[in-house]
Design a protein around this ligand. Structure first.
Ligand code: SF4
Length: 350
């Protein structure tokens, strides 16, 4: 069977009409590929349009403040993607005269761009035969060729990359790459319907009834649980309320986003115990705290972490000086915040 011909015919008949497919502009392809890493298409679509409306080209992105880029990214997660895109836009303006590099190697050198993204941009925008190997392609090839090498190992990835290099269509590499990713996403899904698959006669996993056992992975993801106790500290002046925010500057999740002063514990703790901790005492030492309201537990799941958060809403005298950022409650929406905080603020009441 001719893998490429069947694949491209299937793509022609089944491809989704997605906004970034109308373009070969490397900036737009780059934006779409970065957004779609770790993000479902239905969610990414909205972010893609919103991102391009705010930053229609490289220059607009480079001239923006990082703060504005994070605000547009709010809710998408993996915020290093946004920080890297912003830095890379500035690099292209400063070191490449504002012109997107045109070779796989030059694109691969840019911050935040790995093999997969460099292959997607160079093939779709510049017609270079560099195969993309993402999770969908790894799953499809491991099944089609009956590869039992774990796909999360260097060896497993190399075997599949070599197969992709043999198969890629040198005349239309961008179309081939998009077809193979779409086939993995829509047809050779984690639980596929092989009965309608045009590849089934050549598929080793199907012929040997081993589809359920492929792909093989060597590691299972370990998640650790973190307990967050957020201090939502408010002051009142006349009828107007302000809240103290804190910028996350440490090398941890959500770097450069804003949340509240935080007490983190390794085990669950009751509000009574939290108020006895050193952190609580050092924040509120000598300050009169009134109107304590403790939220329900908010559960937030990330790839390697589960966060169980409670929000302690307190009021303190207006004149209190804190090393945090005092923000009028009506201006809160200007700040990029993690999705967990966004969820809390949606239910927030005075
Ligand atoms: S037959 Fe099933 S396992 Fe094989 S490529 Fe098609 S969908 Fe994937």
């Amino acid at each position: 069977m001719n893998f490429s011909k069947i694949l491209e015919k299937w793509y022609e008949n089944n491809k989704r009409d997605l906004p970034w497919r109308e373009s070969k502009d490397p900036y737009r392809i780059w934006v779409s590929e970065i957004i779609l890493q770790q993000t479902r298409i239905d969610q990414g679509w909205h972010y893609y349009l919103q991102f391009l409306e705010k930053f229609p080209d490289l220059k607009a992105l480079a001239e923006a403040e990082e703060f504005e880029v994070l605000k547009i990214w709010q809710g998408l997660g993996y915020y290093s993607r946004a920080r890297n895109m912003h830095a890379t836009a500035r690099t292209i303006i400063e070191k490449h005269n504002g012109i997107f590099p045109e070779t796989f190697e030059e694109i691969r050198k840019l911050k935040g761009i790995g093999d997969y993204t460099a292959a997607a941009i160079s093939s779709i925008s510049f017609g270079i035969a560099s195969p993309v190997v993402d999770g969908n392609v790894l799953r499809l090839f491991s099944r089609f060729y009956g590869i039992f090498e774990p796909i999360d190992t260097k060896q497993g990835k190399t075997i599949i990359l070599e197969k992709a290099k043999e198969l890629i269509n040198h005349e239309h590499p961008g179309n081939f790459n998009q077809a193979i990713m779409e086939f993995g996403a829509l047809q050779c899904k984690p639980i596929p319907d092989c009965s309608i698959c045009p590849m089934k006669s050549g598929c080793i996993a199907f012929r040997q009834k081993r589809v359920d056992g492929l792909p093989v992975k060597s590691k299972t993801i370990r998640q650790r649980t973190r307990y967050f106790h957020y201090l939502v500290i408010m002051t009142k002046k006349g009828k107007s309320y302000s809240i103290f925010l804190k910028k996350r500057t440490e090398n941890d999740i959500w770097k450069n986003l804003f949340d509240f002063p935080l007490i983190e514990t390794v085990n669950p703790k009751s509000p009574g115990k939290i108020m006895l901790t050193e952190e609580w005492t050092s924040v509120f030492s000598g300050i009169k705290v009134t109107r304590l309201k403790v939220s329900q537990i908010y559960r937030h799941i990330l790839t390697h972490q589960v966060i169980l958060a409670k929000f302690y809403q307190v009021e303190i005298p207006e004149s209190t000086i804190f090393p945090f950022i005092k923000v009028n409650i009506n201006d809160l929406s200007i700040y990029p915040v993690p999705k967990l905080v966004e969820k809390y603020l949606r239910n927030f009441s005075l």
